[in-house]
Design a binder for this molecule. Structure first.
Ligand code: SME
Length: 167
Protein backbone atom coordinates (compact mmCIF):
# COMPACT_ATOMS: atom_id res chain seq x y z
CA UNK A 1 0.00 0.00 0.00
CA UNK A 2 1.35 3.43 -0.93
CA UNK A 3 1.06 5.57 2.20
CA UNK A 4 1.83 8.81 0.32
CA UNK A 5 -1.26 8.26 -1.79
CA UNK A 6 -3.42 7.88 1.31
CA UNK A 7 -1.97 10.65 3.40
CA UNK A 8 -1.21 14.10 2.11
CA UNK A 9 1.36 15.54 4.49
CA UNK A 10 0.49 19.16 5.32
CA UNK A 11 2.63 21.20 7.69
CA UNK A 12 0.79 22.66 10.66
CA UNK A 13 0.41 26.43 10.40
CA UNK A 14 0.63 28.57 13.52
CA UNK A 15 -2.35 30.70 12.42
CA UNK A 16 -4.94 28.09 13.36
CA UNK A 17 -3.23 25.36 15.32
CA UNK A 18 -6.43 23.87 16.76
CA UNK A 19 -7.88 23.33 13.26
CA UNK A 20 -4.56 22.00 11.97
CA UNK A 21 -4.29 19.49 14.84
CA UNK A 22 -7.89 18.38 14.17
CA UNK A 23 -6.94 17.68 10.56
CA UNK A 24 -3.80 15.89 11.70
CA UNK A 25 -5.90 13.77 14.07
CA UNK A 26 -8.08 12.66 11.12
CA UNK A 27 -4.93 11.81 9.14
CA UNK A 28 -3.54 9.82 12.06
CA UNK A 29 -6.78 7.83 12.43
CA UNK A 30 -6.65 6.99 8.71
CA UNK A 31 -2.96 6.05 8.92
CA UNK A 32 -3.49 3.67 11.86
CA UNK A 33 -6.75 2.11 10.68
CA UNK A 34 -6.56 -1.68 10.36
CA UNK A 35 -3.24 -2.04 12.25
CA UNK A 36 -2.82 -2.73 15.99
CA UNK A 37 0.94 -3.40 16.26
CA UNK A 38 2.98 -1.00 18.42
CA UNK A 39 6.11 -0.89 16.24
CA UNK A 40 4.26 -0.42 12.95
CA UNK A 41 1.94 2.26 14.31
CA UNK A 42 4.64 4.06 16.32
CA UNK A 43 6.91 4.18 13.24
CA UNK A 44 4.16 5.66 11.08
CA UNK A 45 3.05 8.11 13.79
CA UNK A 46 6.62 9.35 14.37
CA UNK A 47 7.04 9.88 10.60
CA UNK A 48 3.69 11.69 10.31
CA UNK A 49 4.49 14.04 13.21
CA UNK A 50 8.07 14.71 12.11
CA UNK A 51 6.94 15.72 8.64
CA UNK A 52 3.85 17.75 9.58
CA UNK A 53 4.68 19.51 12.87
CA UNK A 54 7.18 22.25 11.99
CA UNK A 55 10.40 22.93 13.88
CA UNK A 56 11.14 19.44 15.21
CA UNK A 57 14.52 17.71 15.36
CA UNK A 58 13.19 14.55 17.07
CA UNK A 59 9.79 12.86 17.30
CA UNK A 60 9.27 9.41 18.70
CA UNK A 61 8.26 6.94 21.36
CA UNK A 62 9.57 5.34 24.50
CA UNK A 63 7.68 2.26 25.71
CA UNK A 64 7.38 1.31 29.37
CA UNK A 65 9.11 -2.04 29.94
CA UNK A 66 9.27 -2.92 33.63
CA UNK A 67 10.46 0.24 35.38
CA UNK A 68 12.29 1.64 32.37
CA UNK A 69 11.31 3.65 29.27
CA UNK A 70 12.75 1.73 26.31
CA UNK A 71 13.42 3.52 23.01
CA UNK A 72 10.84 2.82 20.30
CA UNK A 73 10.38 4.05 16.72
CA UNK A 74 11.40 7.65 16.08
CA UNK A 75 12.58 10.19 13.52
CA UNK A 76 15.70 12.21 14.26
CA UNK A 77 19.21 11.52 15.53
CA UNK A 78 20.04 8.37 17.55
CA UNK A 79 18.83 8.66 21.15
CA UNK A 80 19.43 7.06 24.55
CA UNK A 81 17.93 3.58 24.60
CA UNK A 82 16.80 3.39 28.25
CA UNK A 83 15.45 6.14 30.53
CA UNK A 84 14.55 5.29 34.14
CA UNK A 85 11.20 6.56 35.46
CA UNK A 86 11.87 9.96 37.03
CA UNK A 87 14.92 10.73 34.84
CA UNK A 88 14.96 13.58 32.36
CA UNK A 89 11.87 15.08 30.78
CA UNK A 90 10.56 11.72 29.54
CA UNK A 91 11.00 10.11 32.97
CA UNK A 92 9.32 13.09 34.65
CA UNK A 93 6.25 12.84 32.37
CA UNK A 94 6.06 9.09 33.04
CA UNK A 95 6.38 9.59 36.81
CA UNK A 96 3.83 12.42 36.95
CA UNK A 97 1.53 10.75 34.38
CA UNK A 98 1.10 14.21 32.92
CA UNK A 99 2.54 16.09 29.95
CA UNK A 100 5.74 18.03 30.58
CA UNK A 101 6.41 21.08 28.44
CA UNK A 102 9.93 22.50 28.71
CA UNK A 103 10.66 25.91 27.17
CA UNK A 104 14.44 25.66 27.77
CA UNK A 105 15.91 22.16 28.06
CA UNK A 106 19.09 23.41 29.75
CA UNK A 107 17.02 24.87 32.58
CA UNK A 108 15.28 21.53 33.29
CA UNK A 109 17.05 19.67 36.12
CA UNK A 110 18.18 16.24 34.91
CA UNK A 111 17.42 16.83 31.24
CA UNK A 112 19.07 14.10 29.12
CA UNK A 113 20.78 15.81 26.16
CA UNK A 114 20.59 13.17 23.40
CA UNK A 115 20.94 15.81 20.69
CA UNK A 116 22.63 19.07 21.80
CA UNK A 117 20.54 20.85 19.13
CA UNK A 118 17.38 20.33 21.23
CA UNK A 119 16.34 23.50 23.06
CA UNK A 120 12.71 22.82 23.95
CA UNK A 121 10.69 19.67 24.48
CA UNK A 122 7.18 18.29 24.95
CA UNK A 123 6.60 14.83 26.42
CA UNK A 124 3.09 13.33 26.56
CA UNK A 125 2.44 10.14 28.56
CA UNK A 126 0.58 7.30 26.82
CA UNK A 127 -2.20 6.52 29.29
CA UNK A 128 -5.14 4.15 29.00
CA UNK A 129 -7.61 3.61 31.81
CA UNK A 130 -5.01 4.84 34.28
CA UNK A 131 -2.30 2.53 32.95
CA UNK A 132 0.98 3.97 31.64
CA UNK A 133 2.28 2.39 28.41
CA UNK A 134 5.07 4.84 27.50
CA UNK A 135 5.61 8.39 26.31
CA UNK A 136 5.54 10.41 23.10
CA UNK A 137 8.56 12.74 22.97
CA UNK A 138 8.95 15.78 20.70
CA UNK A 139 12.12 17.90 20.63
CA UNK A 140 12.80 21.21 18.91
CA UNK A 141 15.90 23.30 18.27
CA UNK A 142 13.65 26.37 18.77
CA UNK A 143 13.44 27.69 22.32
CA UNK A 144 9.89 27.75 23.71
CA UNK A 145 8.63 25.94 20.58
CA UNK A 146 5.59 24.30 22.21
CA UNK A 147 2.60 26.28 23.52
CA UNK A 148 -0.65 25.20 25.18
CA UNK A 149 -2.29 24.63 21.76
CA UNK A 150 0.55 22.26 20.75
CA UNK A 151 0.19 20.42 24.06
CA UNK A 152 -3.60 20.06 23.69
CA UNK A 153 -3.29 18.91 20.06
CA UNK A 154 -0.54 16.40 20.78
CA UNK A 155 -2.37 15.03 23.82
CA UNK A 156 -5.33 14.25 21.52
CA UNK A 157 -3.01 12.61 18.99
CA UNK A 158 -1.36 10.57 21.76
CA UNK A 159 -4.81 9.38 22.90
CA UNK A 160 -5.69 8.31 19.33
CA UNK A 161 -2.35 6.46 19.10
CA UNK A 162 -2.76 4.74 22.48
CA UNK A 163 -6.27 3.54 21.62
CA UNK A 164 -5.00 2.10 18.31
CA UNK A 165 -2.54 -0.37 19.91
CA UNK A 166 -2.97 -3.89 21.30
CA UNK A 167 -0.63 -3.34 24.25
N1 SME B 1 15.72 14.76 26.26
C1 SME B 1 15.01 13.65 26.74
C2 SME B 1 15.68 12.36 26.39
C3 SME B 1 15.15 11.76 25.17
S1 SME B 1 15.76 12.46 23.78
O1 SME B 1 15.54 13.86 23.74
C4 SME B 1 15.18 11.74 22.45
C5 SME B 1 14.76 13.72 28.21
O2 SME B 1 15.39 14.47 28.95
O3 SME B 1 13.88 13.00 28.64
Amino acid sequence: MQTERMIELKRIVAADKAAAYSELEAQLRALLAGERDFIANAANTAALLYHTVPGLNWAGFYRLVGEVLLLGPFQGKPACARIPIGSGVCGAAAERRASVRVADCRAFPGHIPCDPASNSELVVPLLQEGRLHGVLDLDSPVRNRFDAADQAGLERLAAVFTAAIDW
